[in-house]
Design a binder for this molecule. Structure first.
Ligand SMILES: [Zn+2]
Length: 287
């Protein structure tokens, strides 16, 4: 079982009441850290990265309104690319969530909201749908984002790009696109054989200059800002991930993996914020 397959399996077992459900990170060191794009919805603050069973040190968190990717060389794509090239991200996941307000925002609602903020319609781009990347289906939005990312010339052809949904009330994860299967079904394309589908992307790369209409301009989190404990990977040549000490000893073959425990306090670090647990049955799974 590969990393995100194990994550979803453990998530399902935890939701089913398995108090021992957890992720044995030592088995997935080659897949860590992961770069994850989510929405800016503040309700997600309490879910990640615990809902994935990952420690903060292995979780590179990128966010924008609606976890939208507008193009193969968009601002968010550049951050995802650097998350892999600079911060050593091994896998990418785009995780949408239920009850996303971006999916519920009509042009009329948005125009009225901006007007209430003192921004008149004439000051906004003509095509608000394109500019803000508004969507009607959270799942379809994830599928589109994964497709654009998979086809981006900035993303390594062997990096799995997954699509998931998370239930914002329960923390339940659901596959939308299994990036491992996509890689197996379509062998990684090389940059010199990208084909016509990526012609637009290559053209955009060569002609990119300054602001592009239709490109999301919401700020994203600094890459690796939650990974202070791992140090700067630039030039350090750290290809492997160290196993966090809180995981405890490796269980004997056949034994169930140990449940993830809260990390011990580390001198010199800020204390972790209090944890909100939306439902009792995900308590063990969340960090
Ligand atoms: Zn949202």
């Amino acid at each position: 079982m590969r990393l995100f397959e194990a994550i979803i399996d453990a998530n399902q077992r935890a939701l089913a009441g398995d108090a021992e459900a957890g992720l044995h990170l030592a088995e997935f060191a080659d897949a860590l850290p992961v770069a994850v794009l989510t929405c800016i919805d503040a309700r997600l603050n309490a879910l990640f990265p615990g809902v994935l069973g990952l420690p903060k040190e292995q979780f590179i968190w990128l966010r924008n309104a609606g976890n939208i990717i507008t193009g193969p060389v968009s601002s968010t794509m550049r951050s995802l690319a650097l998350a892999c090239a600079v911060k050593n991200g091994r896998e990418i996941a785009i995780i949408g969530h239920t009850d996303c307000l971006v999916a519920k925002s009509s042009i009329m609602k948005l125009t009225e909201a901006f007007r209430a903020l003192g921004v008149e319609r004439a000051a906004l781009p003509e095509n608000l749908l394109d500019f803000f990347g508004l969507f009607a289906s959270e799942r379809q939005n994830v599928i589109k984002a994964v497709e654009i990312t998979r086809g981006s010339p900035l993303i390594g052809p062997r990096i799995p790009v997954h699509g998931l949904m998370v239930d914002i009330a329960t923390g339940q994860l659901e596959w939308v696109v299994n990036g491992y299967q996509v890689l197996e079904q379509a062998p990684a394309r090389r940059p010199d054989s990208l084909g016509k589908d990526n012609g637009e992307a290559i053209g955009a790369l060569s002609g990119m200059a300054g602001f592009q209409l239709g490109e999301m301009k919401f700020p994203t989190s600094k890459i690796g800002e939650y990974g202070a404990g791992t140090g700067d990977l630039i030039g350090e040549g750290i290809p492997r991930v160290e196993v966090p000490p809180r995981l405890g000893p490796t269980p004997a073959a056949g034994a169930a993996p140990a449940a993830i425990r809260p990390p011990p306090p580390v001198p010199g670090r800020l204390p972790l914020p209090p944890r909100i647990r939306p439902t009792p049955n995900v308590r063990k799974w969340k960090l």
